[in-house]
Design a protein around this ligand. Structure first.
Ligand code: SF4
Ligand code: SF4
Length: 512
């Protein structure tokens, strides 16, 4: 690893609150999207002359559409409870990375244009005009928020900075200022079907190669089927699972689970991406366009169940938004023809959608799959709760199922497990530092610094319990940690998926 061009924080093994350093992260800025990338998504390619009017107009629309946004703008009492809860503030010391300050970037403008006092006595209420300088600050600091929602857990009013960030990014996009990383990827999904731009034939090739590897390793012909009409399960998984390390090990784990349980399943070349970056930019139309590929694939293949692989934000979109986006899931609307068709097609005996961890957990409970726990004895494992699973969704039919189920799977497949410090897991989990559209090399400094709180908690269990493996169920967390672990002196192979552990332990020879 080349020497970093920034100072890597020193780990202490616990969360330390830094002294404020005004402007410490002001130079950290992700590359903006060019006109071609913006226009491909239907956004303006650059700032128009009347950008200010457009931005205020869009803000008014969002305030009308999302009542929560209006409440968040009005409700903050500046109590300060959230100030030290953001990993980017803890890692960078920049006061504008305090959640309340991030919110205030929008609140000042809201007051100026949408409140009586702000219109007539702006100075008295801290209202500000939406100037180019303010817009630049929005871009800078709304792309230094991973939309992890940790701050909202500690706010007495439940103010969710992530929603404010999403609104900020949506307004920026609608005036022609987008982020290259996120918007380029959205374009790839629309054109090709997945974030990596992996075309169907390349995907098929990769899967065939993996099947050969599994058979060579295990002696069992475990299949990775694609586009199989009439399969029971359609697996929607992040495209990183197809060839990135360690992600692919989890894909092999899912395949082994289906094989061992005798469940027919398929992947889809049309919907070869679980991730949905439309959520990151707060744009409902983009989010729906990405999600509709999944509905189309499910209808075409005639599957009975839709299962989502290890991807944090994809699970949040599936669990919390598919009902309105594509008409599937709890509370799904009945006014959409294709949504109704799919609801009739899907098996009502199963929750829709299901997480792969729910599937594996249920099979373990039923005794339908068996594990050789000793196969993981070389590992002492901890679990990193991913933000969007922890604070944006749940699993199973019990409160806190999203915390319990992955841990129960780990304990079923391995003998040695230690949780990290209580204030850094479950609802209070720290973001990996690369979520919410920040997993780009131009933000490496922010990613490394933002990972510090998680790395401190990890160091504690490494030093005191000999932990050598951090399991997670998110493709972004895996990609982020493989990059940042070495900055902190850890080996990149110390991170992997829960189904990587399942893959190691599952008995393929067990009689079902
Ligand atoms: S949502 Fe997460 S990243 Fe954004 S301000 Fe809150 S704690 Fe920080
Ligand atoms: S905790 Fe809530 S009310 Fe208090 S400063 Fe933060 S956002 Fe405002």
């Amino acid at each position: 690893m080349a020497a970093p061009k920034f100072e890597v924080p020193e780990l202490k093994g616990y969360t330390d609150i830094p002294l404020l350093r005004e402007g410490a992260a002001a130079e950290v800025k992700s590359f903006p999207a060019n006109a071609q990338i913006q226009e491909a998504l239907g956004f303006p390619g650059e700032l128009a002359e009347n950008w200010q009017e457009t931005a205020i107009g869009r803000m008014g629309e969002l305030l009308g559409k999302y009542r929560s946004l209006q409440v968040f703008m009005d409700a903050c009492v500046h109590c300060g409870a959230c100030t030290d809860k953001c990993h980017y503030y803890l890692g960078t010391s920049d006061p504008k990375n305090m959640p309340v300050a991030r919110q205030d970037l929008m609140r000042q403008v809201y007051r100026r244009y949408f409140t009586f006092a702000g219109k007539y006595f702006p100075k008295l209420v801290g209202a500000k005009d939406l100037t180019r300088e303010v817009l630049d600050d929005w871009y800078r600091y709304y792309y230094q928020c991973s939309e992890c929602r940790r701050c909202s857990v500690y706010c007495p009013y439940g103010i969710d900075t992530a929603e404010i960030t999403m609104a900020g990014r949506e307004i920026l996009d609608c005036v022609g200022i987008g982020q290259k990383y996120t918007n380029e990827i959205l374009g790839k999904v629309h054109r090709i079907g997945n974030n990596l731009g992996l075309p169907g034939p390349a995907l098929l090739d990769t899967l065939t190669g993996l099947e050969e590897d599994i058979e060579e390793d295990t002696g069992f012909a475990v299949k990775l089927p694609i586009d199989v009409k009439g399969a029971e399960v359609l697996l929607i998984t992040p495209s990183a699972d197809f060839f990135s390390e360690p992600h692919v090990e989890s894909l092999i784990g899912y395949a082994k689970v289906f094989h061992a349980a005798g469940i027919s399943w398929t992947l889809s070349s049309l919907a070869s991406e679980a991730g949905n970056f439309g959520m990151f930019i707060g744009n409902y139309e983009q989010m729906q366009k990405v999600a509709l590929r999944i509905r189309e694939a499910a209808l075409e293949l005639g599957v009975k169940r839709i299962v989502v692989g290890e991807c944090g934000h994809a699970w949040r979109v599936a669990y919390s938004f598919w009902n309105t986006l594509i008409g599937v899931g709890l509370g799904a609307g009945a006014d959409d023809k294709y949504g109704r068709m799919l609801q009739q097609q899907l098996d009502p005996n199963y929750p829709q959608p299901a997480h792969i961890c729910e599937v594996t957990y249920d099979l373990l409970q039923q005794g339908a799959i068996t594990m050789d726990k000793e196969a993981n004895d070389h590992r002492i494992i901890t679990f990193h709760d991913s933000c969007n699973v922890a604070r944006g969704s749940r699993m199973g039919d019990m409160p806190g199922g999203q915390f319990l189920i992955p841990r129960e799977i780990i304990k079923s497949v391995a003998n040695r497990f230690h949780d990290m410090a209580p204030e850094t897991i479950l609802e209070g989990t720290f973001c990996c530092g690369g979520g919410g559209g920040l997993l780009t090399d131009d933000l490496m400094e922010l990613r490394v610094k933002g990972a510090q709180p998680r790395m401190d908690a990890f160091k504690d269990v490494v030093d005191n319990h000999g932990v050598n493996f951090m399991a997670t169920i998110c493709a972004i967390c895996k990609a982020q940690f493989t990059k940042v672990l070495p900055y902190y002196g850890f080996d990149m192979s110390m991170v992997g998926g829960v189904h990587q552990l399942v893959s190691t332990a599952i008995r393929l020879d067990a009689k079902q």
